[in-house]
Design a protein around this ligand. Structure first.
Ligand code: ZN
Length: 411
């Protein structure tokens, strides 16, 4: 995507004093003449910033303002090792809320809505970002946070929540619970803002159908403000991203070169206005593509496609690279297969065996028919032969957090 003039000016401004402001970039760019970055081409010669770099700067090495200007910190959800701490200034917090309010407006949410926020509050950025956007918009926030499904459903019915914010797996869990408890007539939901993990077309269809709502994908990551840096519009193709605050690139995760618009690769983001912890060419490891051209909705900002996976989710089995999104695509093409699946990889008798387990509603004596359909579709779309196993609905694990769909027993 072409760097526009406004972005180029902001980049130049950012680079003009980054080495003075940030001890982290002073070290990282010590051999780089930042004044030589004058256009998109020279910008693309700058090194990437990796999550590991940020870990190395723990706790506050990436802070680029005097501490007196920092009003809050967040921490990325590191399941292993050192967390990453991101300091925010007053303006960073405001800018994030401005972007989030835009997201809600894009989804047609107004100050008449009641927004139930199920993502977590605390060190990581989810809940509080959703909340700040609601308050800026003037809608009513119902900050339930995650878990306690009974209380969640009680609030949803009694307070007549019109919008639910959730991860896709938690939205699915709530939808299943509403259907199980026969509460469908008691809920008033119209819209769902769904974020923070990949989800396939089948899962989307199930949530939308069971809850009877319109769904919007929201995007973001703690290192870059948090959720709310982009959202899908009514057209449903990809997510508009706020290019007046951020600059987006897509690179080939192997060659690390920029790819043309339309081609899938890894999303790389530069913050254009962030004060507390500016990041330059930050590798998100999220796989997506820039959708070329203008959206039929008329919004001026470009779109990135739904996130199809993580570069580190890439599975190499029998020498073939595969992404979970490909499995989702296969399942979405077989009507009797549901969206819930698990991938297990074992190493037996000297070879890798990949088993795709998926849930289905068909009776057990029809399992082999569905299994054959899935296998045939997989061979046609992806290639290698795998083991396929149908299981009863509700057997595979559901989670309130990111669902672990891949179990690799090889290592
Ligand atoms: Zn649009």
């Amino acid at each position: 995507m072409r760097m526009n003039e406004e972005q180029l000016n902001l980049v130049k401004h950012l680079l003009s004093d980054i080495k003075e402001r940030s001890p982290f970039y002073r070290e990282k760019f010590k051999d780089i003449d930042t004044s030589a970055i004058v256009d998109q081409g020279t910008f693309e010669s700058l090194p990437f910033t990796e999550k590991a770099d940020l870990r190395g700067a723990y706790p506050l090495g990436i802070m680029a303002v005097p501490e007196s200007e920092v009003v809050r910190i967040h921490s990325s959800s590191g399941t292993t090792g050192t967390p990453v701490i991101i300091p925010y200034t007053k303006r960073d917090v405001e800018d994030w809320a401005i972007m989030f309010e835009r997201c809600y407006r894009m989804a047609g949410i107004t100050n008449k809505d009641r927004v139930q926020i199920t993502p977590g509050y605390g060190l990581w950025t989810a809940g509080i970002g959703f909340q700040a956007g609601v308050e800026r918009l003037g809608a009513m926030a119902i900050p339930t946070g995650p878990g306690n499904t009974e209380k969640q459903l009680q609030m949803m019915c009694d307070l007549k929540s019109t919008v639910i914010c959730a991860t896709s797996s938690y939205a699915l869990l709530l939808a299943e619970e509403i259907s199980k408890q026969g509460l469908k007539d008691k809920i008033h939901l119209k819209k769902g803002i769904i974020g923070s993990e990949r989800w396939g077309a089948n899962m989307r269809k199930r949530i939308a159908k069971e809850l009877g709502i319109e769904l919007y994908d929201i995007y973001g990551l703690t290192e870059i403000y948090g959720p709310g840096i982009g959202i899908s519009c009514g057209q449903g193709f990809g997510m508009h991203v706020w290019e007046d605050y951020l600059y987006f690139e897509v690179i080939d995760p192997v060659t690390l070169k920029n790819v043309p618009d339309g081609q899938v690769g890894e999303l790389v983001i530069t913050t254009l206005r962030k004060e507390g912890a500016p990041l330059i060419r930050y590798r998100t490891h999220d796989l997506t593509r820039i959708i070329p051209g203008q959206c039929p909705c008329g919004n001026r900002f470009h779109r990135i496609d739904t996130i199809t996976g993580r570069t580190d989710d890439m599975l190499k089995v029998k020498g073939v690279n595969m992404f979970p999104a490909q499995f989702e695509e296969v399942l979405s093409k077989v009507p009797d297969a549901s969206s819930e699946y698990q991938i297990t990889i074992d190493h037996t008798d000297g070879r890798d065996v990949l088993t795709l387990s998926f849930e289905t509603e068909v009776p057990e004596d029809k399992y082999s028919t569905v299994e054959n359909q899935v296998l045939k579709t997989f061979r046609a779309l992806v290639g290698p032969t795998i083991e396929v196993k149908a299981v009863r609905m509700g057997t595979l694990p559901r989670s309130m957090k990111k669902t672990a769909r891949v179990v690799d027993n090889r290592y």
